[in-house]
Design a protein around this ligand. Structure first.
Ligand code: AMP
Ligand code: MG
Length: 427
């Protein structure tokens, strides 16, 4: 079933329905850039990359020692390995041995050096009587030939990535290991989706920027800064539009401008139906409201829509700081990742046992702030951070995960299995 969020009216949606509707909204990634490797960390690849070479290029030694051809080849008998070997040369990393290796002769070899033609086995220095024999002409003795195995300590050409194999696929978010892998293929640039621009602003007459004097009825603006952090972790360029007062006409203008300069607009506060709640009327003038009631806690109310004639996605997040972070992680993050081209993304979910009973209500998904740990047997356990009010931002700081209690559950008993989502935005 495909749900269009604009067909959903104002009925209460399940978390899954809301997410499906939001993701169904995603359109093609908005452009690409080809950048040098060092600039790619955190970006999402928008091309498949096949390896132009075998990695490693040559079959090579995994240890320092001597390289030799096992008598009788792969089927050879390890008991039959001669103890004493004549050295005919050396193969060094970056300077391979190009000659022939006669039967019953060996070359000294260093880690990473190509195996000379015909050789198939490396005996490491520790298995030799003289760990550093002089190269040509010398003889070396293997201390315990019966412990040597045919083919040991050899890395085969192409064993990491064979030539022509797909090394990375489009949609991969690039981290350190991906950059290293691309470099090992000799790739110096790659095409990634262009950085998304996301405009954010806070709303509310009481909301005050940190650094200003706190008015008697004021509250400092937490949401813009937790949003900065969450967006930065996704590699997004943030357009910070500050704080808007609860005045509808200013909001309409701000939303319109934001839609003109950003790929997505996120606000917090002002989405309920209170007197100063302006989102609905403002959206009615500048866009379309998708839906705004989702069966979850915290996180109600939440608005999703399209803004301006650019029809950019719009999230009207709740005002309460915990609700902002929870709804961002559950709904905004998946859409951002989808727009960046990361199609297969799912939050990491683990199963843990509850240390103590956890409260939840049937009919809505409860996201509690939790702390999980592994006991000495490896079993995961999780407990609540304590008070769960959606204004208690210190609960997010105390937590290392969200505990996700399904809508079908009326509460979790001590020892019962429960799902958690570890905090990945803060590693
Ligand atoms: P609202 O949805 O506008 O009614 O806001 C719900 C609650 O969140 C109120 O207690 C607001 O004061 C609070 N709130 C709204 N915006 C912010 C913000 N940017 N930072 C911290 N608290 C906020
Ligand atoms: Mg408000």
């Amino acid at each position: 079933m495909s749900l269009s969020c604009f067909d959903l009216g104002e009925r209460m949606l399940s978390v899954d329905e809301a997410l499906a509707a939001i993701l169904g909204f995603a359109s093609a990634p908005p452009g690409h850039a080809t950048l040098p490797l060092a600039a790619l960390v955190g970006r999402v690849l928008s091309e498949d990359i096949a390896s132009p070479i075998d990695v490693p290029q040559n079959t090579n030694a995994a240890m320092d020692g001597i390289a030799l051809a096992w008598p009788g080849g792969q089927g050879g008998d390890s008991q039959a390995l001669p103890e004493s070997w004549e050295l005919v040369g050396e193969s060094l990393a970056g300077h391979g041995y190009r000659g022939e290796v006669p039967k019953h002769a060996a070359v000294t070899i260093t880690t990473g050096a190509p195996l000379p033609r015909g050789t198939d086995t490396v005996i490491m220095s520790e298995q030799l009587e003289d760990a550093a024999p002089d190269a040509a002409g010398a003889r070396v003795t293997v201390t315990r030939p019966e412990t040597v195995r045919v083919g040991q300590h050899v890395r085969q050409a192409g064993e990491d990535v064979p030539r022509g194999a797909l090394a990375l696929t489009a949609g991969t978010r690039l981290a350190a290991e991906h950059l290293g892998l691309l470099a090992s293929l000799g790739v110096e640039r790659a095409r990634v989706s262009r950085r998304l621009k996301v405009a954010i602003f806070s709303t509310g007459d009481e909301v005050t920027a940190p650094g200003e004097a706190l008015p008697m009825d004021g509250i400092f603006d937490a949401n813009r800064f937790s949003l900065h952090g969450l967006l930065a972790a996704l590699g997004v360029e943030v357009i910070d539009l500050g704080i808007l007062a609860d005045a509808s006409q200013a909001m309409v203008a701000a939303l319109r401008d934001a839609a003109g300069s950003a790929d997505m607009v996120i606000t917090s506060g002002g989405v309920s139906v209170g007197q100063a709640d302006w989102i609905k009327p403002a959206l009615a003038e500048t866009g379309e409201l998708g839906f705004w009631r989702i069966a979850m806690r915290p996180g109600r109310p939440l608005a999703f829509g399209r803004l301006g004639h650019e029809r950019v996605p719009f999230f009207g997040l709740p005002g309460n700081p915990v609700a902002v972070m929870v709804t961002f992680l559950q709904f905004v993050q998946p859409l951002i990742r989808r727009l960046q081209g990361e199609h297969a993304w799912q939050p990491v979910r683990l199963t843990a046992r509850a240390e103590a009973p956890l409260q939840s209500r049937c009919g809505r998904v409860d996201f509690l702030r939790g702390v999980y740990h592994a006991d000495e047997t490896g079993q995961l356990w999780v407990r609540s951070t304590g008070r769960q009010g959606s204004g208690i931002l210190s609960s997010m700081v105390a937590a290392n995960c969200l505990i996700e209690i399904a809508a079908s559950s009326a509460g979790i008993e001590a020892g019962e299995a429960v799902t958690l989502q570890p905090f990945m935005h803060r590693s």
